[in-house]
Ligand binder design. Sequence first.
Ligand SMILES: [Zn+2]
Length: 125
Amino acid sequence: MNSKKMEKFKQVLIELRNHLSGDVEKNRKTSQTDEFTEMLADTTDEAARLSTRQILLNLGEQGREKLKLIEEALDRIEEGSFGTCQLCEKNIPEARLRVVPFAQYCVTCLDELEKEKSIDRINTI
Ligand SMILES: [Zn+2]
């Protein structure tokens, strides 16, 4: 991949990161101050309230996971290895990178990994 294209992906990743870190920060703050519980206070069913809270917290978890992938992709841009599969070291098609700029694996390796079920769902995007 030429440096001009890489620069473009870098911009996309930085934008994604800024967007996401804002979200994660919001989630973190909210769960600390317990605003969710207040927000959901009119939900009379305790179980429903707890599960909604759990979902929101899980979203925060996923956001952090995604943020990590974006950071790693940015590192790979600095190293010049961006767009290369982390397993077989073949080029990841640009069409895929446009959809998932922080993709770590090519589709072939992803299929293998999915079969093994050894990675989190977040990595299978
Ligand atoms: Zn691969």
